[in-house]
Design a protein around this ligand. Structure first.
Ligand SMILES: [Ca+2]
Ligand SMILES: [Ca+2]
Length: 367
């Protein structure tokens, strides 16, 4: 055998070992398969460590939740049936996925000299800045992560955690765009966010393709709650209900006076989830493609230039843009009066539905 052939053989052997290591996901010897599906398991009583490790013999345990007797797993139908023999399991649900609330990417550009996007004067944010720049209001951004070294964002990032098994760095661009609308800095470069002195708590729950699994979403809401954020800005939407645990995590956030804001979706139909839940501020754009219904609480711009990957800037159309404008505005309000409740905020937004943020400028200006 010549040396080159030996090398190729060695590489092939190494590759086989790596593949084996990757599929053999746990010390219990459980072998994951591509055809495995993700499920939530709802327990009557909090499962013991023993119960969870027993499940780990048949499935890959994905998430456990601190405040609810629920776990998520990845398993084959056959192994799921074995797991369900445990009488402590009340029910199971398939884990749904949401998608980033993006209609389309209009363009990408450099933006060296700072401009104030026209949307900010449309919503009177620039006038509101005399009263409030959203100083130190904690806003969680649940999306594709963030470009952490972006010079227009870096100073406002307080925390970045990933629930997608990645490292929080945004490989899509959407999360970075959303974060910039809320809190891009007032400096020499790029753009300015609605609340340029708010603090960003980034939770990566969507992958680089913009797909967001409901079990990662539920965990991300838990992360945000535990970080004591005041606002949770959601950048995704789903046609299907995202399941009981997502709804419960959002209700818990609501009971802790955390304001959850979500986009209505972009197929021109009914309001998507989680925006459709009662304990969420649902945001839409005044565009024919933006989903609409009685659940809507805020109308805001649906297209904006904001920060993007590779230290760049991009114009994006989507209801995640509307949600981000709404979250930024709520941050301005909470900096002035941290005691405002969900109901207060919802009333302010609803009473002025057509030019909602416009009058919030007035609300802020009159104190
Ligand atoms: Ca800037
Ligand atoms: Ca609502």
């Amino acid at each position: 055998m010549n040396p080159r052939a030996v090398n190729i053989l060695l590489i092939a052997t190494l590759a086989a070992v790596i593949v084996l290591m990757a599929t053999n996901s746990s010390i219990t010897g459980f072998m994951a398969k591509d055809s495995d599906k993700n499920y939530f398991l709802y327990f009557t009583n909090i499962p013991t460590n023993n119960e969870v490790s027993k499940i780990g013999e048949y499935a890959n345990v994905r998430f456990q939740y601190d405040d609810f007797p629920v776990i998520s797993i990845s398993a084959s139908q056959e192994n799921l049936n074995k797991i369900l023999e445990n009488k402590n399991i009340e029910k199971y649900e398939k884990v749904e996925s949401a998608k980033i609330a993006l209609f389309y990417l209009v363009s990408e550009q450099r933006q060296d000299e700072q401009i104030i996007p026209s949307q900010l004067s449309e919503i009177n944010a620039d006038k509101a800045w005399e009263k409030s720049e959203g100083k130190d209001v904690k806003v969680a951004v649940l999306d594709t992560g963030i470009s952490r070294k972006h010079p227009d964002l870096e100073q406002n990032i307080a925390l970045c955690v990933s629930e997608t098994g990645s490292n929080c760095e945004d490989r899509n661009g959407h999360g970075t765009h959303t974060a910039g609308i809320i809190a891009a800095g007032f400096n020499q470069i790029g753009i300015v966010g609605v609340a340029p002195r708010a603090k960003l708590y980034v939770v990566q729950v969507c992958d680089s393709e913009g797909i967001c699994d409901a079990d990662a979403i539920a965990k991300g809401i838990e992360d945000a709650r535990k970080s004591k954020v005041q606002i949770i800005d959601i950048g995704f939407a789903s046609k299907n209900d995202l399941g009981e645990i997502v709804k419960k995590e959002i209700s818990k956030a609501y009971s802790e006076n955390v304001i959850v804001v979500a986009p209505s979706g972009e197929n021109g139909g009914f309001v998507y989830f989680p925006a459709a839940y009662e304990t969420v501020i649902a945001a839409r754009a005044e565009k024919p493609w933006a989903n609409f219904g009685e659940e809507i609480d805020a109308t805001a711009p649906g297209e904006a230039l904001s920060t993007y990957n590779s230290f760049n800037y991009a114009t994006i159309a989507g209801t995640s843009v509307s949600a981000a404008y709404t979250s930024g505005t709520i941050a301005l309000m909470l900096a002035v009066n941290p005691e405002l409740t969900f109901t207060h905020i919802k009333d302010i937004l609803k009473n002025t539905a057509s030019d909602n943020i416009n009058s919030q400028g007035a609300v802020l200006a009159s104190g």
